[in-house]
Design a protein around this ligand. Sequence first.
Ligand SMILES: *[C@@H]1O[C@H](CO)[C@@H](O)[C@H](O)[C@H]1NC(C)=O
Ligand SMILES: *[C@@H]1O[C@H](CO)[C@@H](O)[C@H](O)[C@H]1NC(C)=O
Ligand SMILES: *[C@@H]1O[C@H](CO)[C@@H](O)[C@H](O)[C@H]1NC(C)=O
Ligand SMILES: *[C@@H]1O[C@H](CO)[C@@H](O)[C@H](O)[C@H]1NC(C)=O
Ligand SMILES: *[C@@H]1O[C@H](CO)[C@@H](O)[C@H](O)[C@H]1NC(C)=O
Ligand SMILES: *[C@@H]1O[C@H](CO)[C@@H](O)[C@H](O)[C@H]1NC(C)=O
Length: 465
Amino acid sequence: MLSRWSQPCFWALKSMLALGLVLGVLALTFDLTKETSRSSTEATELNLTRWLYGTQDEESRILLPTNDVIKQGFPFFRGRKFKIWNNDLHSSPVQDLKHFLNPFGVEVIHYALDARCKRYFNGQCRGADEIKVINQSSVMDMDDQVITDFYQAYKDDAEMKSIDAFVCFHPAAVCELFLTFNRSLFVIASTRYAAARPEEMRWHTWNWRLARIARSPRNLVAANNRYDVEYMKFYAGIEPELLPSFCGYTNAVYHPTSNSSFLLYAGRYPTTKHNAYFESEWTEACKIENCTGFSVCHFFGAFEGGHSFEEEASFRGVIHIPYQVSTMSFFEQYRMGIPLFAPSLDLLASLDQQFDFVNERNCKDLRKCYHDDDIASIPRHPSAAHLPDPHNKTDSAAIRYWLKFADFYQWPHVIHFDSIADLIRKMKSTNYEDVSRKMRTYNERVETLLLLKWKRILTRVSLHR
Ligand SMILES: *[C@@H]1O[C@H](CO)[C@@H](O)[C@H](O)[C@H]1NC(C)=O
Ligand SMILES: *[C@@H]1O[C@H](CO)[C@@H](O)[C@H](O)[C@H]1NC(C)=O
Ligand SMILES: *[C@@H]1O[C@H](CO)[C@@H](O)[C@H](O)[C@H]1NC(C)=O
Ligand SMILES: *[C@@H]1O[C@H](CO)[C@@H](O)[C@H](O)[C@H]1NC(C)=O
Ligand SMILES: *[C@@H]1O[C@H](CO)[C@@H](O)[C@H](O)[C@H]1NC(C)=O
Ligand SMILES: *[C@@H]1O[C@H](CO)[C@@H](O)[C@H](O)[C@H]1NC(C)=O
């Protein structure tokens, strides 16, 4: 089936299906992490640029300090490190935080409960076997007994006593584990904040706790993408900070080694509906558009056995056929300046309505995202009374309203296509160097704003210790 692309593709694709099954099972068993036109008026009005920095008019009037100026005054805890503890299920956002804040006297103590740290980040973390009380599965099903046991196991621990803050990304609710330690809590959702708390009572409890966390100036409640900001507002009634992942850890820059090799990011493994959709549409489109010479490699086939970011940055571009509204891969690829193709909001909304396409969008139980019933077990917050329902999968207005918060529509310079034929035309006509340059310029802006935000956050936290 996939051999059509395997011939010109640089990396072997032959064991892709077997690998897909293995990955699928692994993902189901343990680590179901989330990973990532013709726009409508709403989409252009609500993109990241405007939302983060105000309107372009405002932006042109505001002169931001240089990064060097912002960096003055870091670190905040003179003479010692600001120590942050983490133990969650997705190493990439943690690695990002480490990489971004290490130069400023922040040390992240990272117990990785997933395999990514060892695989992609040279094991710059401690393993799941080194942490007491919790493991990969109990952290998902945490009850108050686990919280109590964890506190008992660590309350007299010398290292724990030196901790200034805890950070939780995935699932964000892991921060319930640290409620009793009387330290700063940084909740930064990198997928739906209620993930792993799908039941009505546990979701309510997490909401009350989150609201309490949000009230204290020594804490932080944030999300690394706009969808999660809006989703948290909708169900918890709090306004989280937007702190996009920077992913400077890739240390790679776009350097295409061929004009025709593309990476395809279509679902978590090659047997998904996303890949099937792409494959059949591509075959049809190639009857109309000349696609001779193009080589499209499925991510999980191309990178069987792992990959370096250097290899990823050597593709001409990446085609996203999304199963999720925000993924770490999107941030990584954006940071490397690789031109990105994604369905237009019109196309994705229509696919989602027809085929439940973006099927991990509202995943609450991380162990069974693929067949999630996708109904919220709690009502919306009263402040969201007037908004469309994110869990409604039939109302096209609701689907559009929520999908427009996906990274593909929030970040500028993503190339949107209305059909696969349109994609092929754009693959031919895009000025790749120009797009990549604009992405890299945007990255600089994001870095400056992230530095400003972290400086403000750490200053506030240090004043309220
Ligand atoms: C986002 O808004 C900015 C500023 O108004 C605009 O320049 C940019 O083209 C917009 N991007 C998208 C993807 O709509
Ligand atoms: C994880 O911890 C739970 C509760 O302590 C325990 O029942 C379970 O066997 C542990 N699982 C693994 C894989 O160690
Ligand atoms: C690749 O495209 C660039 C222009 O974008 C062109 O200068 C170059 O010759 C092309 N290389 C090949 C091998 O076709
Ligand atoms: C299709 O594109 C290839 C490569 O660019 C070219 O060699 C070939 O002549 C084209 N075929 C047609 C029918 O235009
Ligand atoms: C989705 O929204 C439509 C239109 O507002 C409504 O008729 C339908 O009942 C909703 N479905 C669910 C499951 O709430
Ligand atoms: C909690 O920490 C704060 C700030 O460090 C401190 O003032 C307060 O006494 C602590 N509370 C308890 C119960 O230890």
